[in-house]
Design a protein around this ligand. Structure first.
Ligand SMILES: [Zn+2]
Length: 434
């Protein structure tokens, strides 16, 4: 790429996703700011793209000509602003205005038929999961959730102390090639709950926030077909919501005593697998049991299918097989048992490509600004940067592999290093198309 990777990515964002106009849509509630919301949004977006570690690390860049060119500030500007200004603006950022950047890009990608092929069974999947990037004993804000935890005193005795944290439910579009951040919803502390709780009530649970999130996901992206989840989610109220939204679900169920798994296990008993599938490429043997019409869950009015897959690694015959059980409803009913297992196992994308990468490489867990609104605004801008990089990687640089390997994170790290090198040599703004 003769013109440099950084310039190529900005050009791709500008041409394909209208990035400039979208960043210009950012709004915050400061009065007569010297640095516009758009410049703040661009600084955080590019800080995210270049994986800045902290606002301290970003501070000197805000005075560098090359960074000013990158964010599209006029050549006459000597300095963008201080890191304090960024943090103040984030606290006052209108969340919808930064959420729109990511949403607009994804809707454009859908119109560009990026998701046309879909994933398993040609459907589009979002995984949802709880995520707790921020946790502290001393710093807190009014959006912090609070729990009491054991802390050991110097004399060895244990006392209960408050721990402050921010927890979210995240929705990620998962696919063979690309995993994209689509939405995020905070769990609210007791007194900020939409049902009008007080300080004495409980903080909101993950399921409550997840239901709010799923409704919004379906409204924003009507083309999403199936939700994939784990842990908390195979329960009546959640399955009812999925049905109400005319979606499908594939949800991992682990507790053998819980319905509908208990019923399925009773039906299967010790019966041998109904089907065995050997995946030569993955070197796996998958034994399958499939129970299509269970109705024992009193809080859900409809048939539930339960699929069990017992996966043996043919390269390690001495190891015990791993068993997966999945609850399936709605649109996902049309998948074969093998496909159901594949989707359920694909859920790791949200932890692996999403949370682990965001924590390890994108510094989402660094507290750039300790304020509920500020954190969320920053995440939305980082999501836009993460999605643009992901789309660029898979749509433009196909040589980096449609077959995602284990090194995809290393590939991305290399790209980021290359972009940082390009920044130093940026003699002309990548937004200047004259
Ligand atoms: Zn807080």
């Amino acid at each position: 790429m003769g013109k440099g990777l950084l310039r190529s990515i900005v050009g791709y964002g500008r041409k394909v996703y209208d990035l400039g106009r979208r960043l210009a849509g950012a709004r915050d509630k400061r009065e007569e700011p010297a640095t516009s919301s758009e410049e703040v949004a661009a600084a955080i977006f590019f800080g995210g793209l270049l994986r800045i570690r902290s606002f301290n690390a970003l501070e000197p860049k805000l005075r560098e000509k090359t960074f000013l060119r990158l964010v599209g500030a006029p050549e006459s500007r000597k300095k963008l602003c201080s890191a304090d200004t960024l943090s103040r603006a984030l606290r006052k950022m209108v969340i919808d205005s930064v959420r729109s950047i990511t949403v607009g890009m994804l809707q454009q990608a859908e119109r560009n038929k990026v998701f046309r092929e879909g994933w398993v069974g040609a459907m589009r999947y979002v995984a949802i999961d709880g995520w707790e990037p921020i946790c502290s004993y001393n710093r807190h804000c009014e959006n912090c959730l609070i729990r009491m935890v054991d802390a050991r005193r110097r004399d060895g005795t244990v006392e209960k102390v408050p721990q402050y944290y921010h927890r979210y439910v995240v929705a990620m579009l998962i696919d063979e090639r690309l995993d994209l951040a689509v939405d995020i919803e905070p769990l609210l502390p007791s007194d900020l709950r939409p049902d009008g709780g007080t300080k004495d009530d409980e903080d909101e649970g993950e399921l409550t926030a997840a239901k709010r999130l799923l409704r919004r996901v379906k409204k924003t992206y009507p083309w999403v077909d199936v939700v994939v989840a784990d842990g908390l989610y195979p329960n009546g109220p959640f399955l009812t919501l999925v049905t109400e939204l005319r979606m499908g679900a594939v949800i991992i169920i682990r507790k053998e005593g819980n319905e509908p798994l208990r019923e399925a296990l009773a039906i299967w008993g010790d019966a041998p697998a109904e089907q065995t599938f050997v995946d030569d490429k993955a070197r796996e043997r998958i034994e399958l049991w499939d129970c299509p019409g269970i109705e024992t869950l009193t809080s859900y009015n409809g048939p539930i299918r339960v699929v069990r897959g017992r996966v043996s690694d043919l390269r390690k015959p001495e190891e015990p097989p791993h068993t997966w059980c999945m609850v399936v409803i709605g649109k996902a009913m049309k998948l074969s048992a093998t496909q159901v297992v594949r989707v359920g196992r694909g859920r790791w994308h949200i932890e692996n490509t999403g949370f682990n990468q965001w924590t390890q490489y994108w510094k989402f867990c660094h507290v750039f600004v300790h304020d509920g609104n500020g954190i969320l605004a920053l995440y939305w801008l980082f999501f836009a940067a993460y999605n643009l990089l992901t789309l660029f990687l898979y749509m433009q640089l196909r040589s980096y592999g449609r077959d995602r390997g284990k090194d995809v994170t290393r590939t991305i790290s290399r790209l980021v290093d290359e972009m940082c090198d390009d920044l130093v040599r940026l003699t002309r703004s990548p937004w200047d198309t004259s």
